[in-house]
Design a protein around this ligand. Structure first.
Ligand code: M6R
Length: 368
């Protein structure tokens, strides 16, 4: 039941701190990740030379976020592919390929068929699922469950943050098995992850501000989303949420891609959400994104920045700044996605739409 919330979606967003905490629960012991479900797989995980993540929609964006962490920590190449594209292109699979499927429902037909294809072609399989005993989980060699609890609203929210959490736990497990990460560094990452639920609580206190913004923007016809590094999949996810809930044309771009085409879309008044990397980011992407903001602002874009507390560099160029608490750069997606989920929900609400049951969509897509 909705328990006093206006929609399942609103309730499920409010449950995100718990979803992340429950996905971590019992899986960190003495600063080390413990995934008993992978106990028998050490040989496989030591031997793999490649990971292919397959998923659809929001689940695929969690995979894109996971790629950055897994490659950084475990030094295994990771590709992310949409399930429905994967099995129609004769992918190169060997017993040293690990195919990781991600699915909230565990019943998405495209993903299930892709898992079956991977098995039939000799790859090893792991699934990240939210629904206990789901078909995809049963088909795979192993499953790491997200413990987000049942997700009822068609738009995936708490399952998304739980998927990223599970991928990060898997990434740390894999780096331990392969000996690619110093124990102290791994322990530091885990403590960062453990600090996320309280930070999500903090982000959720921005909700009234976002409701107001969505109301002002209720007749907007198109919204663009920009991000970089782990902020890039978040831009894609922000755009997907807005399409599916508010029926507004929305597109997400990697900020670095702007001058390769999308900047031509900018005209006076065009709203652009920008997921701004932390100024503490070791890759120094912050300055590059701020300069992207300046470029589009000069062409009249209306900038809605999602930036960490204390980042003053964005202030002169942003029309609105939504703040997120400080987190290690890899963990920021778990925070920056929340305002975008809230924004899509509130904009749909302002347009009088049913946020739990958007038109033409089903919660779990069990047909191809
Ligand atoms: O159940 P799954 O995670 O396999 O579902 C995948 C997509 O259908 C799903 O994430 C979809 O994109 C959501 N409606 C997005 O909010």
């Amino acid at each position: 039941e909705k328990g006093g919330w206006s929609s399942f979606m609103a309730k499920e967003i409010s449950e995100e701190p718990e979803a992340v905490a429950n996905t971590i629960l019992g899986r960190v012991v003495d600063g080390q990740v413990v995934l008993p479900e992978l106990a028998g797989l050490d040989d496989v995980l030591q031997d793999i030379d490649r990971i292919i993540v397959i998923a659809c929609g929001t689940a695929s964006y969690s995979g894109l976020v996971g790629k950055y962490a897994i490659e950084k920590w475990a030094r295994v190449p990771v590709e992310v592919e949409l399930s429905h594209e994967f099995r129609y292109r004769e992918p190169v699979l060997t017993p040293r390929t690990l195919v990781v499927s991600i699915s909230q429902s565990g019943e998405t037909m495209d993903t299930l068929m892709a898992v079956k294809y991977a098995i039939a072609n000799g790859a090893r399989t792991l699934s990240i699922c939210n629904t206990q005993g789901a078909t995809i989980a049963r088909e795979s060699d192993a499953v790491v469950y997200t413990h987000a609890g049942p997700e009822v609203a068609v738009a995936s929210t708490k399952a998304f943050v739980a998927q990223i959490t599970a991928l990060y736990l898997f990434g740390l497990h894999l780096s331990r098995v392969r000996g690619t990460l110093d124990d102290a560094v791994a322990a530091k990452q885990l403590s960062e992850l453990q600090s996320i639920p309280a930070k999500i609580e903090q982000v959720l206190t921005n909700a009234p501000e976002i409701t107001q913004l969505a109301k002002w923007m209720s007749d907007t016809r198109a919204v663009l989303f920009l991000g970089r590094h782990v902020g890039y999949p978040i831009a894609l996810e922000g755009a997907l949420k807005l399409k599916e809930l508010a029926y507004i044309h929305a597109e997400g771009f990697a900020a670095g891609e702007l001058k390769h085409g999308p900047i031509a879309l900018i005209e006076p008044g065009q709203p652009v959400f920008v997921v701004v990397p932390s100024p503490r980011d070791p890759n120094s992407l912050h300055a590059k994104v701020v300069s992207n903001i300046q470029e589009i602002r000069a062409r009249g874009a209306r900038i809605l920045a999602i930036a960490e507390e204390g980042d003053v560099a964005v202030l002169p160029f942003a029309d609105e700044v939504i703040r997120i608490p400080l987190a290690a750069p890899l963990f920021e997606p778990l925070l920056t996605v929340i305002p975008l989920q809230l924004f899509a929900m509130e904009l749909a609400t302002a347009k009088g739409l049913d946020v739990d049951q958007p038109r033409n969509l089903a919660k779990s897509v069990t047909v191809e």
